[in-house]
Design a protein around this ligand. Structure first.
Ligand code: SF4
Length: 237
């Protein structure tokens, strides 16, 4: 019975996200990108709508990114699917046992996550990858709802400062006091209160970070190794 009710709640949340029009600037941008397309994807029918979270409703690991990429998730309709950031993320999820395959190219590619769920601070691709404070505020209720529905999460991995900020604000919206954890690559914070997840921070695997080697593959894998160690009951710090 609980399972059925949860499925209904998830379906309702997905529907609300996909139909959301709260941010006119972002909706316009996503549709415009979908209309004009990038030459290499000219045969694609872009998704062009807000992108719901993806993964296992029973997840112990919750990953929060920034927002869909214009020609990535805004094209494919699945978080982190079809761009360089997603290639980094899914390779690591596969390597450390959360995904059944290392590649994510489309919603029909057979990818399944076990024990992990991926979401973002904003669900529409923003111009220059920069959602405004107002747009992030408008999108936060969806993250709050996901936190309510994901009852088994023990570790939250935030990718970048904006994701951290969105998560902390969502916790406050839910009446929790998460303290003031500072962002830093590799920073780990134990649960701030019984029943709340621990927190792990990483640089976002954006091109800006990976091409400048601010984030190397080794640094990135280390984050996932720590996440795995924590969830398997070993110390993460
Ligand atoms: S960013 Fe979030 S709140 Fe804004 S339109 Fe997209 S789904 Fe709605």
């Amino acid at each position: 019975m609980t399972k059925i009710m949860n499925n209904e709640a998830w379906n309702e949340l997905q529907r609300q996200i996909i139909e959301c029009t709260a941010c006119p600037r972002l909706r316009h941008h996503c549709l415009e990108v979908a209309r004009t397309r990038r030459r290499q994807f000219r045969d694609w029918e872009y998704w062009g709508r807000p992108v719901p979270g993806f993964g296992d409703p029973e997840a112990e690991l919750l990953i929060i990114g920034l927002a869909p990429a214009a020609h990535g998730a805004n094209r494919t309709g699945r978080m982190f699917t079809g761009d360089d950031s997603g290639n980094w993320l899914y390779e690591a999820l596969y390597r450390y046992g959360w995904a059944n395959q290392p590649r994510a190219v489309s919603r029909g590619d057979g990818l399944v996550l076990r024990g992990a769920y991926i979401t973002a601070a904003a669900r529409c691709a923003p111009p220059h990858n920069k959602p405004t404070a107002e747009e992030l505020r408008a999108c936060r209720p969806f993250l709050v709802r996901e936190l309510q529905l994901l009852r088994r999460v023990r570790l939250v991995l935030v990718l970048g400062r904006i994701a951290l900020d969105a998560y902390l604000r969502a916790l406050r919206d839910l009446g929790h006091d998460p303290g003031r954890p500072a962002f830093g690559h590799g920073a780990f914070y134990p649960p701030p209160a019984p029943g709340l997840p621990a927190l792990l921070c990483s640089y976002h695997p954006s091109r800006q970070n990976t091409q400048t080697r601010r984030l190397t593959r080794e640094m990135w894998h280390e984050v996932f190794a720590r996440a795995r160690a924590y969830l398997d009951g070993q110390a993460a710090g």
